[in-house]
Design a protein around this ligand. Structure first.
Ligand SMILES: Nc1ncnc2c1ncn2[C@@H]1O[C@H](COP(=O)(O)OP(=O)(O)OP(=O)(O)O)[C@@H](O)[C@H]1O
Ligand SMILES: [Mg+2]
Length: 268
């Protein structure tokens, strides 16, 4: 079965889009193909991928219509460097889709239905979710096989993540998802070792998560270069070759490659 990872967090700015983009690029270095799907009306995935804001008919909204016949609006990104990453863009039109979903008979299952009827052939799909646990995130929940949760090392974010886990378990049960999506892990983001709170939370978090049977990946450090790279529509790897922070995705990438199960080697 195709691996589909939903990147979910109920906190704004925790690093969902950053994580999605960097995992996608990492997978491309292994020669694996990735479909990046933006479920966020903000459409920041387009910006981070160096793409123009799309017309409504070139977004995920066109997929979620009753007359969808399998023409996925895929757009290549970072095409000077890779052929392996394609994006399905989001945007404001998704707010309308979100409103209409409530009245649709298949509501939360719409994306999963489209993927069943018209499968995408990528080795991995990454679903970049909005910060709200609303209808659009439900679409991702019911279509995904795994969930990855970026979290900032601050008490508010940690408390929010506990609520997120409750939401995932509750909704998966209500939607009768079979099998239920697995939590692939938490990814502490924007780690600044000079901050005592960050150090303390990072020390405690793996044990706390372990008690829930959830893996905690190594932290992604705080670096202004992530902001600069996203402004240029690039992953850090392409913006600053060999920047140490791009190595922070190593363990996550290796875990996902293992999940995909193909014998592949990383290029650089
Ligand atoms: N490790 C990091 N170090 C420094 N800045 C970061 C890091 N990760 C993300 N950022 C920056 O923080 C901001 C929020 O990140 P991002 O957009 O990935 O979060 P998000 O969870 O997708 O936000 P939203 O909830 O708005 O969708 C962006 O400007 C991004 O460049
Ligand atoms: Mg985002």
């Amino acid at each position: 079965m195709q691996n589909r990872i939903a990147v979910i967090s109920n906190a704004g700015g925790s690093g969902k889009t950053t994580l999605s983009v960097h995992i996608a690029y990492e997978m491309s270095l292994y020669g694996l193909s990735v479909g990046l799907i933006d479920l966020d009306p903000q459409g920041s995935l387009s910006l981070f991928c160096g793409l123009q804001q799309p017309e409504p008919e070139d977004t995920l909204a066109s997929v979620l219509q009753n007359d969808f016949a399998g023409k996925w609006p895929l757009e290549h990104c970072w095409s000077e460097n890779t052929n392996n990453v394609e994006v399905i863009q989001g945007g404001m039109i998704l707010t309308r889709v979100s409103d209409e979903m409530v009245l649709h008979r298949r509501g939360a299952y719409l994306l999963g239905d489209c993927l069943k009827d018209y499968p995408l052939t990528h080795d991995l799909l990454l679903l970049d979710c909005p910060a709200t646990l609303g209808p659009l995130t439900l679409l991702a929940l019911s279509a995904c096989t795994h969930i990855l949760v970026p979290v900032q090392l601050e008490p508010k974010s940690i408390q929010g993540s506990a609520k997120l886990l409750e939401w995932v378990y509750h909704q998966s049960k209500q939607l009768r998802l079979e099998p239920q999506p697995q939590i692939l892990g938490f990814v502490p983001n924007q780690y600044d070792p000079r901050r005592a709170t960050h150090r303390q939370i990072l020390e405690d978090l793996p044990t706390q998560l372990d008690q829930l049977g959830i893996h905690c990946f190594p932290a992604v450090r705080d670096s202004a270069e992530f902001i600069n790279a996203s402004g240029q529509g690039l992953p850090l790897h392409l913006y600053r070759n060999n920047h140490p922070a791009s190595g922070d995705f190593k363990e996550i990438s290796e875990r996902i490659v293992k999940l995909i199960g193909k014998k592949v080697k990383r290029k650089k």
